[in-house]
Design a protein around this ligand. Structure first.
Ligand SMILES: [Zn+2]
Ligand SMILES: [Zn+2]
Length: 392
């Protein structure tokens, strides 16, 4: 067996050898944006490419047409590269998921060369609908991430960071049922569902002053009544609750629900609500031992990588649902200047530019090098596993 450095050098060469094909695939996905659960072309192209490279591809896993699993090699460790490929409605690939998908594919193909000689398995798991619905949440519930030793995904952004954070997140739909009445002639006969919702909404506003700094509650009114001269019989809203850890999210749920109960109490309207349990996002738990290996590899490629995300401007990602099941990382690779945010047309254009291509190739190489560490360094595997279990 050659030295770890030689193996990494070879992994880099494997990515370089496919440079043009990877860029072409990334641009093709970029030019054909598909939104949540409709990523037929992207999932197909990625699967076809991996199949041609000798991977065994299962399409439509976890009862989702555009999810897939591609496997090469045998035995453990099982190293998974997670691919996202959904776009944003109206903007296209404003989150650069064309780069995520292609980088994970490139990393897996480079890792194939390693597992051809050593024990272990390289996988690409294709995960639809990150932007909406949380495809990985459904896949996690259906065993989509079972039997893995590590999982990684590199997201394009405006900074190179190894350890990133994401908020746990759950949706709450609230409905109030009141009683319709003529708003002028017989208001006393009505029960105003809109008032109930507004009281609930205002109570949530009051609650915001007293929750932890990184937690978020935000929502919209989706039904505020039908006619101005009728006491609204029905009112509804949709809210998202987010918190830095899953336990605090539980506390928040009770408090928010109390706010909406207040609306019912005050008006006499009946509260009905539904939590989006099945699409709940878990907080991201980056595995620091794995992130450290990744950082060292990315720095060897010439990028300065910040260890920890000090900015902590956090959204949520369904990669969090993977990170509670298997040691995982979700680093970011800089393709855009600091003032260009994701989910904008400017970022979309950068995701198809030279800088985007550089990010894609570096991400593929750094992930493959990190896979080499995991596959060949038993001591690293022990540290990753110990940290993961310690965080249970
Ligand atoms: Zn996004
Ligand atoms: Zn994204």
């Amino acid at each position: 067996m050659s030295s770890l450095d030689d193996v990494k050098k070879r992994a880099i060469d494997e990515v370089e050898a496919r440079r043009d094909e990877l860029i072409e695939l990334s641009l093709r996905i970029h030019a054909n944006p598909e939104t949540a659960f409709r990523e037929v072309k992207a999932a197909g192209w990625l699967s076809d490419y991996l199949e041609a490279e000798g991977f065994a591809v299962e399409r439509g896993i976890c009862q989702i047409d555009t999810a897939f699993r591609a496997t090469y090699g045998s035995g453990r460790p099982r190293v998974a590269f997670i691919a996202e490929y959904d776009a944003l409605a109206g903007i296209g690939h404003g989150c650069g998921h064309n780069i995520i998908a292609t980088a994970s594919l490139g990393a897996a193909i480079a890792t194939k060369a390693i597992v051809s000689e050593a024990e272990g398995t390289a996988l690409v798991i294709g995960t639809p609908a990150e932007e909406a619905a949380g495809g990985k949440a459904f896949m996690a519930n259906r065993g989509g991430f079972d039997d893995l030793d590590v999982a990684m995904l590199v997201h394009p952004g405006s900074r190179n960071v190894a350890v990133t954070y994401a908020l746990a997140c759950i949706e709450l739909d609230v409905h109030y049922v009141g009683k319709a009445a003529h708003a002028a002639a017989r208001p006393e006969a009505g029960i105003n569902a809109l008032d109930a919702l507004v009281i609930g909404y205002s109570s949530v506003n009051a609650l915001r002053q007293h929750i932890s700094e990184s937690a978020r509650i935000h929502g919209i009114i989706t039904d505020g009544g039908q006619a101005v001269n009728v006491v609204p019989e029905h009112a509804a809203g949709a809210f998202l609750l987010r918190a830095e850890d899953d336990d605090y999210l539980e506390e928040l749920r009770e408090k928010v629900l109390a706010c909406f109960r207040a609306g019912a109490e005050a008006t006499g309207a009946r509260l009905e609500y539904r939590w989006g349990e099945e699409s709940r996002y878990r907080a991201m738990r980056s595995n620091r031992a794995l992130a450290k290996a990744y950082r060292r590899n990315m720095e060897a490629l010439g990028r300065q990588v910040q260890e920890d995300d000090s900015h902590r401007s956090m959204g949520s990602t369904d990669m969090g649902n993977v990170s509670v099941l298997v040691p995982a990382i979700h680093p970011t690779v800089a393709i855009a200047p600091p003032d260009v945010a994701i989910h904008t047309p400017a970022f979309r254009d950068i995701a198809a530019s030279e800088a985007g291509h550089r990010g894609l190739l570096d991400a593929a190489k750094a992930m493959a090098m990190t896979a080499a560490d995991v596959l060949l360094d038993a001591e690293l595997r022990r540290r990753i596993e110990e940290e993961f279990r310690g965080g249970e």
